[in-house]
Design a binder for this molecule. Sequence first.
Ligand code: SF4
Ligand code: SF4
Ligand code: SF4
Length: 361
Amino acid sequence: MAIAREADEKTLSLTLNGHEVQAAPGETVLQVARRNGVEIPTLCHDDRLEPYGACRLCLVEIEGARGAVPACATKVGAGMVVQTHSDKIRKLRKFVLELLLSNHPLDCPVCEAAGDCRLQDYAYEYEVNMSPWGWKPLDFPTRDDHPNVARNPNRCILCGRCVRICRDVMGIGCWGFTDRGYDTIIDTPYNLPLQDVGCVSCGQCISTCPVGALNHKRSRYAARHWQTEKTKTICPYCGVGCELTVHTAREKLVRVTAQVGSGVNNGNLCVKGRFGMDFVNSEERLRTPLVRDEEGNLVPTTWEVALDRIEQNFKRIKAESGGKAFATLASAKCTNEENYLLQKFTRAVLGTNNIDHCARL
Ligand code: SF4
Ligand code: SF4
Ligand code: SF4
């Protein structure tokens, strides 16, 4: 009985769209809905950030509550009765989307986010047939002063996600809201170039932007979101082992992203993982091994010839000078298994303990 009571205290029951569901105390309506397969739209929410309740798109009806409440910032309670997609709620969401579109540039044909844009998705889902108040697109000047982050303030919906992720996840704070009302814009302090306000080029702000206001600058016009093949892999740069999604199109690596809720990095990457993969497309990459000919020139050869040459030289050096003539350097870019094999080969075959690792110090 004691065990049963303890389990009861860790869950509570509520009614979600007419079905009884279980939740843990402290969970939000949004979390419980998503876990039960109910998709509530959000623009300002990112699981990496604290709930913000700014976009008003996740409004839901709760029996007994005054007005609609934001699902992202409302904790569930025992016995709660929640409606997430009533006619009233759908109308409210449509109204919010109409307001957003009333000054949005609607330049989807040339927007990098097309096909991967929450505003586009929801406008379609809620059948927003343009704004009833007319259309007056924003016309702020665009800035192009950063090597990796492309900005277009006219597409910004002021959700604040970039501001919060740079400040709360990265601990930097490059972005902030400036001016008021229709003139509100996301900008750097004193309108300084982004590199001059401490930006470390992690691209987290791009990763969280739900529209096309912040983009991967170096992959502009490379391929549409739906044209790329997405492959999950592990970053080759360091031992943290962040999970990446590599986007490729026409046999070229187009961009790198990371999925929130997956891998050790939970959607976060550093500059190397997110922007440091251009080398993959380089025409100068070695595609075959090279060995020196008798004149000392490097010439292409097969792996069989190259490995045979290495074996002969290892044997010769060991015979002439013994194992102490060798040293090997392991790399954080390799897997644990590869590094294990290297040390085994160094000790058991080359005959030396001269082995080190680039990440040791
Ligand atoms: S790239 Fe990273 S550091 Fe630079 S503004 Fe964006 S979140 Fe901040
Ligand atoms: S730039 Fe993107 S993430 Fe930042 S406030 Fe605007 S829409 Fe939101
Ligand atoms: S993204 Fe950065 S931190 Fe993550 S594995 Fe790659 S280099 Fe390391």
